[in-house]
Design a protein around this ligand. Structure first.
Ligand SMILES: [Zn+2]
Length: 98
């Protein structure tokens, strides 16, 4: 995926703007809501605005999933130590008793 796909033409000054960033031509932040219904490009603009929301959501989900395996490994580590300790205790008692 190239960054060129994330650009659109500014409806105010017709310069190339990166999605989610202020327009370098007219210094206006990308408008979030449609105030003019006369634009025929409003539909395309609305579609371009969607990935911005998805990016935040993905980042949030990635963080959630990034922490889950860590917890699982911690639990496994704890139970492995417990099982090995119990086996060692049983083996020791057998050796001492025998
Ligand atoms: Zn502009």
């Amino acid at each position: 995926m190239s960054a060129e796909n994330m650009q659109y033409t500014c409806p105010f000054c017709d310069s190339q703007v990166i999605v989610g960033k202020p327009c370098p031509g007219c210094k206006k932040p990308t408008p979030k809501k449609r105030t003019k219904r006369s634009w025929e490009q409003s539909n395309a603009y609305d579609g371009l605005d969607l990935p911005d929301d998805d990016f935040d959501y993905d980042d949030f989900v990635a963080r959630e999933f990034g922490q889950t395996p860590h917890r699982t490994i911690g639990i496994k580590w704890y139970w492995w130590v417990t099982a090995i300790a119990m086996l060692l205790a049983m083996a020791l008692s057998l050796f001492v008793g025998g």
